[in-house]
Write a protein that binds this ligand. Structure first.
Ligand SMILES: Cc1cc2nc3c(=O)[nH]c(=O)nc-3n(C[C@H](O)[C@H](O)[C@H](O)COP(=O)(O)O)c2cc1C
Length: 183
């Protein structure tokens, strides 16, 4: 698939078929995560693959009832939970290198985009889910203190395509030479 087609064609998928995803396909997606860029190649990401319907259901309960992805958490055959190791990305000898502190959100964000684009190129759907009770998910999955859960995504074959929400025009966010947005 052409890169621009993949970038533009990927949609948040919230309706899934129950069809299973092969281990081979899953490994291709993990390979895409593996090759994500990261701060000093620190690779702080970790992925928990959840297939157990009971665990998926408990995870779904951490979303608010109004989250549009609620049903997709149990409908899709797999939920991927993206975690990050704390104090690694953006750190040197235990000290934060920049005012931004931990770059964990940034690096796991890139990894998630690689994951979603690769899934899309393989005919699979994803939707980044960020609005849920992170502390509860960490408890459920036994995530230790030195790591945190960042986002989840259902993974499976789309039962319905998503429609593309409108995007800003480049002229609204691209500036030449200096910042020209609203101050
Ligand atoms: C960090 C992040 C968190 C998100 N959280 C949720 C969520 O909790 N529930 C949901 O249904 N969609 C969530 N989304 C999906 C966005 O709503 C979606 O990407 C956006 O509307 C653009 O649509 P598209 O992905 O089809 O291009 C999230 C996306 C991102 C990047």
């Amino acid at each position: 698939m052409d890169l621009m087609d993949a970038i533009k064609g990927r949609r948040s998928i919230r309706k899934y078929k129950p069809d299973p995803v092969s281990e081979e396909t899953l490994q291709k997606i993990m390979e895409a995560v593996r090759w994500s860029p990261s701060w000093a190649n620190t690779q702080c990401w970790e992925v928990i693959i959840v297939k157990d319907p009971n665990i998926k259901s408990v995870l779904a309960n951490t979303l608010t009832k109004t989250n549009p992805s609620l049903s997709s958490m149990t409908e899709a055959p797999i939920v991927l939970v993206l975690c990050g190791r704390k104090g690694v990305s953006g750190f040197k000898k235990g000290e934060a290198t920049t005012v931004k502190g931990d770059w964990l959100m940034f690096d796991t964000g890139i990894a998630m985009q690689n994951l979603c684009l690769t899934a899309h190129a393989l005919g699979l759907g994803t939707v980044v889910v960020g609005n849920f009770d992170h502390k509860k998910v960490e408890e459920i999955l036994g995530v230790p203190q030195n790591a945190e859960v960042v986002a989840m995504t259902p993974l499976g074959y789309p039962a319905a395509e998503g429609s593309a929400p409108k995007r800003k025009e480049p002229s609204e966010f691209v500036f030449y030479e200096k910042y020209l947005g609203n101050k």
